[in-house]
Design a protein. Structure first.
Length: 133
């Protein structure tokens, strides 16, 4: 039973690491999208013409709209990840509370066993003394 709990905790730890990696990837994606938006905003019609790129106002708006949609999709995925993290964290906290309870029970049982062993030792010592006399 304790092995199952340890396995569950290790499994949750692996999930947290995976979610941390995904969160890092999402942050990089958002940073890239924000940089693209900033670049599009900074680009003037003259600079674009000088580069030989002729984007109409409509095309630029479409690119900005695409970037905004990508950012919204990433934000939604981040909310899902945050929700999963919260649920997993709650499960871990429940497991920790359960393990603490088991630990307390084991401590009580150990104390009771020690008391019984001390009583048995006292009884055996007394019996041996009685037999010797």
């Amino acid at each position: 039973d304790q092995r199952d709990r340890s396995s569950d905790i290790l499994s949750l730890d692996a999930k947290f690491r995976y979610l941390d990696e995904r969160t890092g990837e999402l942050k990089l994606f958002i940073e890239d999208a924000v940089a693209t938006v900033d670049q599009l905003r900074k680009s003037s019609a003259g600079e674009l013409h000088a580069l030989g790129v002729r984007l109409s106002q409509e095309e630029r708006e479409k690119q900005l709209e695409d970037v905004v949609c990508r950012i919204a999709a990433v934000a939604n995925e981040q909310r899902l990840v945050d929700g999963r993290l919260g649920a997993n964290l709650s499960g871990v906290e429940d497991r920790i509370a359960e393990l603490r309870s088991v630990h307390k029970e084991m401590a009580v049982q150990s104390a009771e066993t020690l008391t019984q062993l001390e009583k048995l030792k006292t009884f055996v010592d007394a019996s041996l003394r009685d037999q010797l006399t």
